[in-house]
Design a protein around this ligand. Structure first.
Ligand SMILES: Cc1ncc(COP(=O)(O)O)c(C=O)c1O
Length: 407
């Protein structure tokens, strides 16, 4: 156990030291990778003690592992939760929170712009288990309240939302719990990890992350986590992610994530600073119709809410829409050509990597969604989604200059 009182030190000190347990064998400073499926016991009594929970320890890696535990303790500290449970992917974490905390007959009010696979779980999988969802604009607290039914047990949303960067007021939705007891507020914080946004401090009950993104931050791991109260995390661990349905994070991925998290604050602050510079550059460009970035005043109410809850950092995801008719091209064709012209950004989904990534929702992630349906939530033919990486920002801007000129 670290000698540091984590509650008295800053974010970067926490992200390096929280969760650290001195290696009792050799004093290794880096967290050892406990690459084992099972654990042995010194005696039958020892085995009985660990299995019954009377003696602390591990029995089988699906149910828990010391390397994974370091990650769980670190992220719980950084998010301000009492406990955390890791999963093999963001979707593993999300599904486990839903399966862990809900049962047949329950109802969810869900933000209408959530990650595609979350949407499928809500619309197609949960109803087969007798759990239903109503989809509303989560930025509209009155609409959320109006959608609450007697059997509503959860309000679930992402902020900023993917790919429209629409911002939901976390505290306003958490305040609904006062008049609707028994509802949990669950926030997917993937787009705005600490030190950007702290949903639990704003009254949310559970935070989920695709750790695949900024938290690991190096584009080489798939992972997820849920953070919340001891009681909720124990329920999620017991009913879903832990021993039972089982979506464990591997010890090797946990090791990479712990390593990545040591620079989380530095990385995220740089991602956000570069994103603000690029958003302002794009907003001034004659090729651009609209830029979606919560740090821009032109985002109106989204910006006002972001100012309250995003600690002046605003994330590093930008969506922007090209004008229709540039050199006689449709916005759809111009968007694809711009992606081909850019030299630094990789054409790829995902986000939060050191490498800048660009994707065109209309021809990639949302290609199977009917045009009218995607346009209803603002995903138009000319929209591009940009994950600002850690390259020199002036190089990214020079790359845009040449890519626009070559359209
Ligand atoms: C906001 C958000 N939540 C959840 C996920 C799912 O995470 P994973 O790919 O780690 O399962 C993603 C993936 O892109 C995402 O963008």
């Amino acid at each position: 156990m670290s000698k540091i009182d984590m509650n008295t030190v800053g974010f970067d000190t926490q992200s390096i030291h929280a969760g650290y347990h001195r290696d009792s064998n050799f004093g290794a400073l880096a967290t050892p990778i406990y690459q084992t499926s099972t654990f042995t016991f010194t005696s039958a009594d020892h085995a009985m003690g660990v299995f019954s929970g009377e003696i602390p320890g591990y029995d089988y890696t699906r149910a828990g592992n010391p390397t994974v535990r370091v990650f769980e303790e670190k992220i719980a500290q950084l998010e301000g939760g009492e406990d955390a449970v890791a999963a093999s992917s963001g979707m593993g974490a999300i599904s486990s929170v839903l399966l862990g905390l809900l049962q047949t007959g329950d109802h969810i009010v869900c933000g209408n712009t959530v990650y595609g696979c979350t949407d499928v779980v809500m619309r197609e999988i949960l109803p087969t288990l007798g759990i239903t969802a109503t989809f509303v604009d989560s930025a509209d607290a009155a609409a959320v309240e109006a959608a609450i039914q007697d059997n509503t047990k959860m309000i679930y949303f992402e902020t900023p939302a993917n790919p429209t960067l629409h911002v939901t007021d976390i505290a306003a939705l958490a305040a609904l719990k006062a008049s609707h007891p028994g509802i949990r507020v669950v926030v997917d914080n993937t787009f705005a990890p600490p030190p950007v946004q702290y949903p639990l401090r704003l009254g949310a009950d559970v935070v989920v992350h695709s750790v695949t993104k900024y938290i690991n931050g190096h584009g080489d791991v798939i992972g997820g986590v849920a953070v919340g109260s001891k009681e909720d995390i124990a329920t999620i661990r017991g009913r879903a992610m832990g021993k039972i349905t089982g979506t464990p994070l591997t010890p090797f991925c946990a090791y990479l994530i712990i390593r990545g998290m040591k620079t989380l604050g530095m990385r995220v602050r740089q991602h956000c600073a570069s994103a603000m510079t690029i958003a302002q550059y794009l907003e001034a460009s004659p090729y651009i119709e609209k830029v979606y970035y919560p740090g821009l005043e032109s985002m109106g109410k989204d910006h006002e809410v972001a100012k309250k809850q995003m600690n002046g950092l605003y994330g590093a995801m930008i969506s922007f829409v090209l004008k229709d008719g540039i050199k006689g091209m449709s916005a759809f064709d111009a968007s694809k050509k711009l992606m081909d012209n850019l030299k630094i950004p990789a054409i790829a989904v995902s986000l939060g990597d050191p490498d800048t990534l660009i994707q065109h929702p209309a021809s990639m992630t949302h290609v199977r969604v009917p045009k009218e349906v995607r346009e209803e939530v603002g995903i138009t033919d000319g929209m591009l989604r940009f994950s600002v990486g850690l390259e020199n920002v002036e190089d990214l801007i020079a790359d845009f200059d040449q890519a626009f000129a070559a359209l």
